[in-house]
Design a protein around this ligand. Structure first.
Ligand code: CMC
Length: 384
């Protein structure tokens, strides 16, 4: 190609320098700001991890107090957003609503364009982290025709989300600590993953100097597809389609058949060529959650699929392993989160990574992202 490298799908292109997340795909290693994901999942919590991604260190006790207060203050959404929700039919896909509502925040916060100002950037980042669960729960309530539940300042981040999703007027709702912890761990595991498609989308949009809420809405759009964040929804649909252990072999054969577009959803990863450390943590968590909430035949199906695939030459040769999305949906289901909300759950968590990358981009020397192409069309001809 002469002047530039042709690398469609960016399989061998580094697009930026970053200090946020490190992945060693051969070793199955994932670090946020140097900390192994296993340690963060065991000992930290999502809000602290979001802070770590954004600012480089976990907060000190006094920083945590200020930060939690800011998250609480920013969690309220403008009342006029309610009319925006009402514009959507009840059965609109939650990701479609999320994209629209988050994009509309750029109209509420035009000052966010002042990206040179550190206070404004902090406000934007924390507003997004704070509002995502509130908007997401409101989307769910809209889809089932129930009134929105306001965030409760007495509750933690994940507890608040469960309360906004499942509490109803005049009915008691008790938050199960295991449900809250399981969800918090899932949020930690999904919080960042370096230059994946949606984060790269946020960076590319951000590189033009656009309103950051618009850049995050672009990230949500990119996350939605089944090859990326939409895979968790696709896995559960696949498990329901398979239906019974006796059908597993048939689906494995379909996944291997090059004339069949079917892929084993929740399997394979561009970077992990050994195992996905997040899948290992989630598989264990899945067993803990189901031990309390009752068994789900889909877990047995998933285990069987994994067992067969890991012994099959097709998957071995191509280094295909279960990824983060393979088991997460079974946990969401046990917690009563509907299948079409699964990718929204991913988006709530990934917002921490998106804002950290956007902040890193705009605070370092950067140019507009502008790939080139290999033109394969007609050469010049005359128009008559
Ligand atoms: N089932 C069957 N075959 C597969 C699968 C699969 N899930 N994944 C990859 N392959 C095959 C693929 O057909 C190709 O075979 P061949 O070399 O014979 O043509 C080979 O493995 C390499 O695949 P690729 O599509 O070139 O790999 P990629 O790095 O471009 O794609 C992927 C990665 C994750 C999009 C892909 O593995 C996939 O579609 N997986 C299913 C969807 C999924 O679970 N996505 C979630 C990813 S993790 C969370 C996230 O990023 O959001």
């Amino acid at each position: 190609t002469g002047l530039f490298t042709h690398d469609p799908a960016f399989t061998a292109t580094s697009s930026c320098e970053s200090k946020i997340t490190f992945i060693d795909g051969n070793e199955g290693q994932l670090l946020y700001r140097g900390y192994p994901i296993e340690q963060l999942a065991e000992k930290s919590n999502f809000l602290d991890v979001a802070y770590l991604l954004l600012f480089g260190e976990t907060p000190s006790a006094s920083e945590r107090e200020t930060y939690r207060q800011e998250i609480e203050d920013y969690s309220l959404i403008n009342e006029s957003l309610k009319t925006f929700f009402e514009g959507f039919h009840y059965d609109a896909h939650p990701m479609a609503m999320l994209m629209g509502v988050v994009g509309s925040l750029s109209a509420f916060y035009p000052d966010a364009l002042n990206i040179r100002d550190a206070d404004t950037r902090r406000k934007t980042a924390l507003r997004l982290v704070a509002k995502m669960p509130v908007i997401s729960a409101a989307i769910y309530k809209h889809s089932i025709g129930e009134p929105f539940v306001y965030p409760n300042p007495k509750l933690g981040y994940t507890e608040n989300f469960l309360n906004m999703m499942f509490s109803r007027p005049n009915q008691d709702y008790e938050i199960d600590p295991l449900a809250a912890r399981a969800l918090d761990v899932l949020f930690i595991l999904h919080a960042d993953h370096e230059q994946n498609a949606s984060t790269s989308t946020v960076r590319l949009a951000g590189s033009t100097g656009t309103n950051p809420y618009a850049a995050i809405a672009a990230g949500i759009a990119s996350l939605w597809g089944p090859a990326h964040g939409g895979a968790n929804e696709a896995v559960l649909k696949m498990l329901d389609d398979i239906g019974d252990i006796s059908q597993v072999d048939k689906y494995i054969a379909k996944a291997k058949d090059k004339n069949d577009p079917f892929r084993l959803m929740g399997f394979g990863h561009r970077v992990y060529r050994n195992f996905d450390p997040r899948a290992t943590i989630i598989r264990k968590l899945c067993h803990e959650v189901l031990a309390k909430y009752g068994s789900d035949p889909r877990l047995d199906l998933a285990i069987k699929l994994e067992e067969i695939a890991l012994k099959d030459d097709y998957f071995i040769e191509r280094k295909l392993y279960p990824n983060v999305d393979f088991y997460s949906g079974i946990i969401y289901s046990a917690l009563n989160i509907p299948v079409n909300m699964f990718t929204v759950m991913f988006a709530i968590a990934r917002t921490a990574g998106w804002v950290a990358h956007w902040n890193e981009l705009v605070t370092t020397d950067h140019k507009i992202g502008r790939p080139r192409q290999l033109y394969t069309g007609l050469t010049q001809r005359n128009f008559k």
